[in-house]
Design a protein around this ligand. Structure first.
Ligand code: GCU
Ligand code: CA
Length: 137
């Protein structure tokens, strides 16, 4: 099972407000980041060993306009993610991405590149393993 990191729980950073006015979140709420470029959310995740990990980023975007963001791992932008509209602020979806983690503590940051900022962010699930390498049989 993945390890879950809630956006409303320290040491996560929410550049905005922790809120709970839209139903369907896990934990005790979600991060409503400021609607601005660079209004980021950061998670600190632990990996028992270096290697690939699959991220599950749960979000809601009640608008019809995508909210793009850079996915930054330990300070390096590794991917661009597009958080499309989910139909309602109470309709949550999960975006997946595979990243490389180092053993120990890692920072994973979602940094919005558009002036609307991020969607509302509920949590980050991290599953070690990611894409497995084909074994030589
Ligand atoms: C609305 C909504 C918020 C959301 C915001 C936004 O105000 O209630 O939860 O964060 O729109 O556009 O980002
Ligand atoms: Ca917002």
């Amino acid at each position: 099972a993945p390890t879950r990191y809630e956006a409303e729980a320290s040491p996560a950073v929410c550049t905005g407000a922790i809120e709970s006015n839209w139903a369907g979140y896990s934990g005790t709420g979600f991060c409503n980041a400021d609607n601005a470029t660079g209004a980021h959310v950061q998670f600190t995740v632990n990996a028992s060993a270096a290697g690939a990990a699959t991220l599950g980023i749960r979000f809601a975007n009640g608008t019809t306009t995508s909210r793009p963001a850079g996915l930054i791992v330990n300070g390096s932008t590794v991917q661009s993610l597009s958080f499309e509209g989910t139909g309602a602020w109470s309709a949550w979806a999960t975006k997946t991405a595979t990243v490389q983690l180092k053993a120990g503590s890692n920072t994973i940051t979602l940094d919005p590149t558009g002036s609307a900022g991020l969607p509302n962010l509920d949590h980050l699930d991290v599953e070690a393993g990611g894409q497995q390498q084909a074994s030589a049989l």
